[in-house]
Design a protein around this ligand. Structure first.
Ligand SMILES: Cc1ncc(COP(=O)(O)O)c(C=O)c1O
Length: 421
């Protein structure tokens, strides 16, 4: 988005002078890949965040803090709705939320009627999984490396309806897409109805070849659900290009929205057969995705703030964001990969990863590694220790406010810890 387009958006009107004319004049036309290591630009972006000085925050994978202008716009919405009271909820709320939904659909590249705002990926994925009309003996395919609570939802369906779950194990560093596609294909049987695949594996940052997996599954009549918790607004893609039937994502991870925001995409022709979790007396139309979206009375200001996060995201530009995030990950992983006793558990191929990577040190339990990083080096990461997934290390997730000099601290810390074993 160029500056003129940005200022034309309604959220842009509020956030319009975010970077100021001088900054735009200097940076707007520089291609994303050339801007990726331009510390002057990224220092300007960093200044839009209020960062806690006590630690280097390399755990934006769970929740990424909102930039200050988005946070302020969100707080203004909280005040405004408290001022208007139920007058707002009974009137403007519905069209206002629909307008936000339309903007999200534009980023997702789908029709507004195929998308609804949820609280998070959990709600989105679980709405699909429990919306199927499962019969005993039906099968579903997923991976050991998928998010634990999503797997738990399939286990719930197994207990309740007799669904049979088949789990594959995705290698850390596949040589080709076909290797991954064949893995999933091998788990499909004539009884398989649904395949769930993570767009980005949460414990390794591995981007999976979703389009090829979806095409393979569809060729055998199997529907495809994508867990996009970590992918949406992290790197550049449009949901329909993935060829999936269902897509769920959280917006409080990479879009920088307030906590409690997500999306559910359902391909239009799949909407009628999904059962809603909550009944809604107004929604009699089985073809309307909103039948899946009864929320009761809820914090609507959270949903309204999405518009401001979109404005910030678009000002930054997904290509610039993706290039910078990949640059940051490669900046530190290429250096620690060369160290002895250090194991990076994220694909080395840049096309298979972006911001997230996981690193372990031989002989150091992940919880100890995370603790040493925090206590001794003031680096906040997340320990991953899963025998079933085969991943042991700390997940490192820089967001756009992280600078390479902070990653230098991580590199030095990993090097020093690896020398002690
Ligand atoms: C792959 C994946 N799926 C689902 C979730 C759940 O996301 P949320 O807690 O925002 O619903 C996460 C959270 O980190 C995740 O990594």
């Amino acid at each position: 988005m160029n500056k003129r387009d940005f200022l034309r958006t309604s959220a842009g009107a509020g956030l319009g002078l975010l970077l100021g004319d001088t900054v735009w004049a200097r940076f707007a036309d520089i291609p994303a890949d050339r801007l990726a290591d331009d510390e002057a630009f990224w220092t300007t972006i960093r200044a839009k965040y209020r960062l806690k000085p006590d630690y280097i925050n390399l755990e934006s994978g769970y929740y990424s803090i909102q930039p200050t202008p988005v946070l302020e716009a969100f707080l203004a919405k909280v005040r405004e709705i408290n001022y208007q009271g139920s007058y707002y909820l009974r009137g403007p709320m519905v069209p206002d939320k629909a307008a936000v939904r339309d903007k999200l659909a534009a980023i997702a590249g789908c029709a507004p009627g195929e998308l609804c705002i949820t609280r998070n990926t959990t709600e989105s994925i679980d709405t699909v999984v429990s919306g199927f009309d499962w019969k005993a003996g039906d099968e579903a395919v997923m991976a050991e490396q998928d998010y634990g609570h999503m797997l738990a939802q399939f286990r719930l369906m197994a207990r309740r309806h007799g669904l049979v779950n088949k789990l594959v194990s995705v290698p850390v560093d596949p040589k080709t897409d076909d290797e991954v596609v064949r893995l999933y294909a091998g788990a499909i049987t004539p009884r398989t109805r649904l395949l769930m695949v993570s767009h980005m594996v949460n414990i390794t940052g591995h981007i999976l070849p979703v389009r090829k997996i979806a095409d393979m599954a569809h060729a055998t009549g199997v529907e495809v659900l994508v867990d996009g918790a970590h992918a949406f607004a992290h790197f550049d893609f449009k949901i329909p290009d993935l060829g999936c039937d269902y897509y769920g994502a959280s917006l409080h991870k990479w879009l920088g929205c307030p906590l409690g925001t997500g999306i559910l995409y359902v391909r239009r022709e799949k909407i009628p057969k999904l059962w809603p979790i909550f009944g809604d007396w107004r929604m009699t139309d089985d073809n309307d995705i909103m039948k899946l979206n009864h929320t009761g009375t809820h914090p609507v200001h959270t949903d309204l703030a999405i518009e401001y996060a979109i404005a910030f995201h678009e000002m930054l530009g997904i290509k610039r964001k993706e290039a910078r995030l990949r640059y940051l990950q490669n900046y530190w992983t290429t250096k620690v990969r060369a160290m002895s006793n250090v194991i990076v558990q994220t694909p080395a191929d840049p096309a298979r990863s972006c911001a997230i990577a996981t690193v372990g040190v031989k002989g150091v339990p992940p919880a100890d590694l995370a603790k040493t990083l925090l206590d001794k080096y003031k680096i906040w990461t997340n320990a991953i220790d899963s025998d079933t997934a085969g991943i042991h290390g700390v997940r490192v997730t820089p967001h756009v406010f992280i600078l390479p000099k902070e990653l230098d601290t991580l590199i030095r810390a990993i090097g020093a810890i690896a020398k002690t074993v």
